[in-house]
Design a protein around this ligand. Structure first.
Ligand SMILES: [Zn+2]
Length: 511
């Protein structure tokens, strides 16, 4: 069977949700054939073709056996080309053996386990019955979301028997405009000038954002692409801009290539965000930052630079979301979100970091609900700065109980270091977070769209891998955290001087 070269990483991502061993996951994946069936609409650029392209791109990063069916030989060849460029060893099979089928572009399927992915204007949909209504206007943000939502539904169907919690599948219609079900479904995506934007962090979430932005041809402005890293083998598990041959490519180069068909002027900055910011000796003057870096301190640093507008895309422990922030709004700033109540990194990595265990070992103990060895309890005592024997009462208890009791319970621990923990989500999780962040950028840069967008700071989907999207419950209001910089008069005055020198009503503020 043709497992991807980066399967180890796949296991770390999927294994967390599924409670499976590496071998079980391998066997489970080997018994599945996921089919993508493409209708006539996939022949031309637009929602159907974009969904098919991204869906294949996402699926091949997890499933070693795919079927790609289309009456149009060009479309089929094109999609097989995408799949093989990412996992050259993928098995491309006949659709008759499919265990799950995703139909894209106005086709019907007689296969019993079929879902239909489509996007109409700002609305992304995953349906269980074919829809006869004509396809709505092209919108790459909704198309990206539709592909990610379809991949999420496939995941839940493939692993239905292995997921610890069961919930009935649900059809999804999600408007990226205001998170209702239908807003903007008939609305063409117009030109958008996003002004001067920094894309800080070009990892998996950034890749999702850039994938969508790159298909918005009338997108204009200037963008600073900031990331010091190169693509590693493990990144291929979820970087939708990266092919097998891109190992060791600079992330800024992939980002640059992704935007080449837009009107965006691009500046490549192969450096950390901190070093980029230091170049602004007289103060940071760029108005907008999209942040999807993989650590908490950099996110808080972004807010402290006081851009006029911050867009944030994140994945956490099986969750994902996006947020938008204007520092003088009576709402949480980005820094507020990363106080201890904010989005959290991966659970098992967090546990490992907190208790001073090897992440692999912690993951194994966690998913098997096993107790650590006595020597490991001693190791934890040392790591936590406790007295010898302080944890002896936990002998024989599962790691999860120890974590909950010790870290979340009576023994106090400084968990500030959690910011460095790396999160390993699945590809569709990161892409959806990126698509949501990119959609916020376009909406908040276009007053006519911003006026119709949600006022809530945060959009969240918890438990992405196990539960369907939260129908009608995506949005969260967040108020400012006491003690955050947004409550500081000096910071607020600096922000006001920078961006609000012209006295205009809120909606008319200079963009
Ligand atoms: Zn704040």
């Amino acid at each position: 069977m043709a497992l991807a070269r980066f399967f180890e990483r796949v296991f770390r991502a999927a294994g967390r949700a599924l409670v499976v061993s590496r071998e079980t996951l391998e066997t489970a994946l080997g018994s599945q054939v996921v089919a993508v069936q493409c209708g006539a609409a996939c022949a031309a650029e637009g929602n159907a073709r974009w969904i098919a392209e991204l869906l294949v791109n996402l699926l091949v990063r997890l499933y070693p056996r795919l079927a790609i069916a289309s009456e149009l030989p060009d479309v089929r060849e094109h999609l097989i080309g995408i799949a093989k460029s990412i996992n050259p060893a993928v098995d491309v099979e006949d659709a008759t053996g499919a265990t799950v089928t995703v139909v894209v572009g106005s086709e019907e399927s007689s296969h019993p386990n079929t879902i239909y992915a489509r996007a109409d204007g700002w609305v992304a949909r995953v349906l269980f019955q074919p829809s006869r209504s004509p396809l709505g206007p092209a919108n790459p943000y909704a198309a990206a979301a539709a592909a990610a939502l379809a991949a999420a539904e496939v995941f839940r169907r493939v692993f239905r028997d292995r997921l610890p919690t069961q919930q009935e599948p649900r059809e999804v219609s999600l408007s990226l405009l205001d998170f209702s079900e239908e807003a903007g479904a008939e609305e063409p995506l117009g030109p958008a000038d996003v002004g001067q934007v920094v894309m800080a962090g070009l990892g998996a979430v950034g890749n999702g954002a850039l994938w969508a932005m790159g298909r918005h041809a009338s997108l204009t402005g200037e963008v600073w692409l900031v990331d010091h890293e190169t693509v590693e083998l493990s990144n291929l598990q979820r970087y939708v801009l990266a092919a097998d041959s891109d190992e060791r490519a600079a992330k800024v180069d992939l980002a640059d290539a992704a935007l080449r068909h837009t009107g965006l002027r691009r500046y490549l900055c192969r450096e950390t965000l901190e070093s980029f910011a230091e170049r602004f000796r007289e103060g940071f003057t760029l108005p907008t930052v999209c942040v999807s870096v993989d650590n908490v301190p950099s996110r808080r640093a972004v807010q402290a630079l006081l851009p006029r507008l911050v867009l944030n895309g994140w994945t956490g422990d099986m969750s994902l979301g996006a947020s938008w922030h204007e520092f003088d709004r009576e709402a949480a700033c980005l820094s507020c979100l990363y106080h201890p109540n904010g989005p959290r990194p991966s659970q098992t990595d967090m546990v490992a970091e907190a208790l001073g265990l090897d992440p692999e070992r912690a993951g194994k103990l966690w998913i098997n609900a096993e107790a650590p060895e006595p020597e490991e309890l001693v190791q934890m005592e040392k790591h936590l700065g406790l007295k010898p024997g302080d944890l002896s009462g936990w002998r024989g208890k599962p790691l999860g109980d120890i974590y909950t009791g010790v870290i979340c319970g009576s023994v106090r621990l400084d968990v500030q270091g959690l910011g460095r923990v790396e999160v390993v989500p699945l590809a569709h999780q990161s892409v959806l977070a990126g698509a949501l962040m990119a959609a916020e950028l376009v909406k908040r840069s276009t007053p006519s769209l911003g006026a119709r967008s949600q006022h809530q700071v945060l959009t969240v989907w918890e438990d992405v891998l196990r539960r369907p999207p939260p129908a009608g419950r995506w949005l969260r209001d967040r108020s400012r955290e006491p003690g955050c910089i947004c409550g500081d008069k000096v910071y607020q005055e600096v922000y006001q001087r920078k961006w609000r020198t012209v006295a205009t009503p809120g909606d008319m503020a200079p963009r």
